[in-house]
Design a binder for this molecule. Structure first.
Ligand code: CAA
Length: 389
């Protein structure tokens, strides 16, 4: 018999944790969201508020001075921050994305050196996989690390790097054995302070404007050999295993954005009067609200199920991570678009937050693998006989 106590229902502790995150986000993150979107500036006040409450990198284990939040608690943090400000939710999400390769495959020395500064909030950690000509086709990267004395010389360009320039540390995937395809890629920790590291201009984006996205350039950057994460040639597997876990965090971000939009729309339709009554009284709009709530809850449950699998390291995490990210982000796009519709002309203006949420939702269908890639991943798993249930 299945032990139902060990599935994915949030515990009392998780519920209390959510309430604590929500309080901080409503008081100190939400008020900066519109300005960060308007100016495109990183919301430092939101970062400091998350840092003061230890919500900026909650996944870092206690042995590295972190909070040691499990995968579900981390998802709850990201969901709640995204409900207030999607751009700010990339702080805990990308700190997890950047550091997870070290946690999964790095040496004890790398973990000891690089995790505590992230736990304290002194440093952030970004993840460098994509390149101008290697997006969905990540194996085709050309960034090259050539063995040189007791280390490597790194050359190349990474694109779409979240929090580039702000982060002190970067997990960088590079080709060490050309011709070996995925088996010729290795992972390294690169520091912003390393000679030869520089950054492109911030991308001008549709949404998540308060989270900088820039290119990262490596020009003859010398990397000591002990900064390789795992063995030579294991980098691509580490990149994919990392994404299996962190696609769940993007699902959480999508759920949070959608919840923010639904909450706002629910308030609006009860205030707004047309034809002599609150528009919430019209059945056509009630049906829209019901669909939004129903889809959102389905997305949340799938996300939490995937988070439980991430925590346990279940064999079908690859499938569930892709499914949660794909489903939740598609749902977030639908819900935020419907929220704009429910506010009518007002929803289309920047005087109300739902148009921002609609623009922010779009990226969740694209990054950490487009939803077309997620469907490829799921189909391959199904054809291989997984998930087994
Ligand atoms: N876990 C462990 N190993 C894995 C794996 C996984 N989940 N998925 C693949 N691998 C291994 C495979 O087993 C294979 O090894 P073998 O040759 O030994 O069998 C190797 O990796 C190559 O795998 P594939 O043959 O499946 O590779 P592919 O070229 O067909 O690509 C893909 C697969 C799923 C399309 C993959 O390239 C992919 O996920 N692309 C999308 C990349 C992506 O998500 N980018 C997002 C960047 S991060 C981001 O957006 C950052 C941000 O700032 C928010």
């Amino acid at each position: 018999m299945t032990d139902f106590t060990d599935l994915y229902t949030p515990t009392e502790e998780h519920r209390a944790f959510r309430a604590a995150v929500r309080e901080v986000c409503e008081a100190k993150v939400a008020p900066n969201a519109a300005e960060a979107d308007e100016t495109g500036e990183f919301p430092k006040a939101s970062y400091e508020a998350l840092r003061a409450a230890d919500f900026h990198a909650p996944h870092i284990p206690e042995e590295y001075d972190g909070v040691g939040a499990d995968a579900l608690a981390t998802v709850i943090v990201i969901e709640e921050v995204a409900r207030a400000c999607a751009a700010s939710s990339l702080i805990p999400a990308v700190n997890k994305l950047g550091t997870l390769p070290i946690i999964l495959a790095g040496s004890a020395e790398l973990r000891q050196k690089y995790l505590p500064p992230v736990a304290s909030g002194d440093a952030m950690f970004s993840y460098c996989l994509s390149e101008p000509e290697a997006g969905s086709d990540a194996v085709s990267m050309t960034t090259r690390a050539v063995a040189d004395g007791d280390g490597y010389l790194l050359n190349g360009v990474k694109r779409w790097i979240t929090n580039a320039g702000l982060s002190d540390f970067y997990t960088v995937f590079a080709v060490t054995d050309p011709g070996a395809r995925s088996k010729g890629i290795s992972a390294f920790v690169v520091e912003k302070a390393d000679d030869g590291v520089s950054f492109g201009a911030p991308e001008k984006k549709l949404g998540i404007k308060g989270s900088p996205t820039r290119e990262v350039y490596f020009d003859n950057v010398r990397i000591p050999a002990d900064r390789m994460i795992g063995a030579p040639g294991t980098g691509f597997g580490t990149a994919m295993r990392t994404l299996d876990h962190t696609r769940v965090t993007i699902a959480a971000q999508a759920v949070g954005i959608a919840q923010g939009a639904l909450d706002y729309a629910l308030g609006y339709v009860q205030e707004r009067k047309q034809f002599g009554k609150a528009i919430a009284e019209f059945q056509g709009l009630q049906f829209m609200l019901a669909d939004m709530g129903m889809k959102l809850e389905a997305a949340r449950q799938l996300t939490y199920a995937a988070a439980a699998k991430s925590q346990r390291g279940d064999a079908d995490l690859t499938y569930f991570g892709a499914a949660a990210k794909c489903f939740a982000s598609d749902v977030a796009m639908e819900i935020t678009t419907d929220a704009v519709q429910l506010l009518g002309g007002y929803g289309y203006t920047r005087d109300y937050p739902v148009e921002r949420m609609m623009r922010d939702a779009k990226i969740t269908q694209i990054y950490e693998g487009t939803n077309q890639v997620q469907r490829i991943v799921m189909a391959r798993q199904l054809l291989a006989g997984l998930p087994t249930n």
